[in-house]
Design a protein around this ligand. Sequence first.
Ligand code: KG4
Ligand code: ZN
Length: 349
Amino acid sequence: MNVLGIETSCDETAAAIVSDIGDGGGTILSNVVLSQLDDHRPFGGVVPEIAARAHLDQLDSIIARALDDAGMTLEAIDGIAATAGPGLIGGVHVGSMTAKAIASARRLPFIAVNHLEAHALTARLTDDVEFPYLLLLVSGGHCQLLAVEGLGQYTLLGTTIDDAIGEAFDKTAKLLGLGFPGGPAVQDAAATGDAARFKLPRPLKGRPGCDFSFSGLKTAVRQTALKLEGTASAQDIADLAASFQTAVCDTVADRCRHAFAMFADSHGGTPPALVAAGGVAANIALRETLEKTCAPHGIKLVVPPPALCTDNAAMVAWAGLERLKAGITSPLDFRPRPRWPLAELRAAE
Ligand code: KG4
Ligand code: ZN
């Protein structure tokens, strides 16, 4: 079975083809991602209207390239999957409408994919992870810990009570004059920094549960940056970036340890695997921290390769394929959802 996946929920226009290879596995036949970063950079963030128009301009040719790269035509496709939320609704409409149009013209099943479920299931494509597992979803819009029980079955254990983790990276980068997108820029600057130089808070560390908070950390970074303003050397900026990144890693490690215990309470044992998903999972320091956090508990850490952590359409095609194999498709009048929490997702939705 070959599924064409389409991703347009933020600032990447992407199309990919994923095929099943038996035994529940899959393989990526093509994966085309066109980043709109240059269109948004002058504004220091993603502008929804510009994003939607760029998706509209580019999507047809990106789909044609995905088919070309896979060496196939639409004849060989068995289902069309598109991100139908959550995300910037203009872009989501462009992707969903295109997918519905192809599905309708070719009489193929349409699968409305939840973008977060696509991130969540990627590790099953890359590493054959079996249900249940613990999921750390860390992206530009989210920071959550969930128990993944099965397709469409998610139990929320903890979430951010203010900013998303990627947002914290992006805002820190802005404060430090490191440009956009912030995550990779902070990571690069931190590489030559002294993480022990600035004492920054670890919000909610040690508190019960596994919720997250980043606004206090952001404020502390702002106050430190203000004190340095005008006199900040490249080393000062590197040190502050490193101190911030380490504070984030410490906090996430603490929250994960609490989630291990919560998972154990409800499942009678620690999770066999912790899967990190979403753009921030591309962060190398975070990966190293998670490795150290999992090891003492015998928990396997699974982090997909960076190109499959950040937004892409292979993850959408794979989520579509998993649903199609389970006999779950979506009606052509499926309404895209700007807000669509994983904990509200049901397998049949
Ligand atoms: O999942 P994603 O590509 O888009 C959605 O939010 O759905 O995540 C984007 C976020 C941005 O905030 C970006 O700065 C962050 O992921 N990011 C990183 C890194 N690469 C991307 N954050 C920290 N370190 C990175 N290496
Ligand atoms: Zn994403």
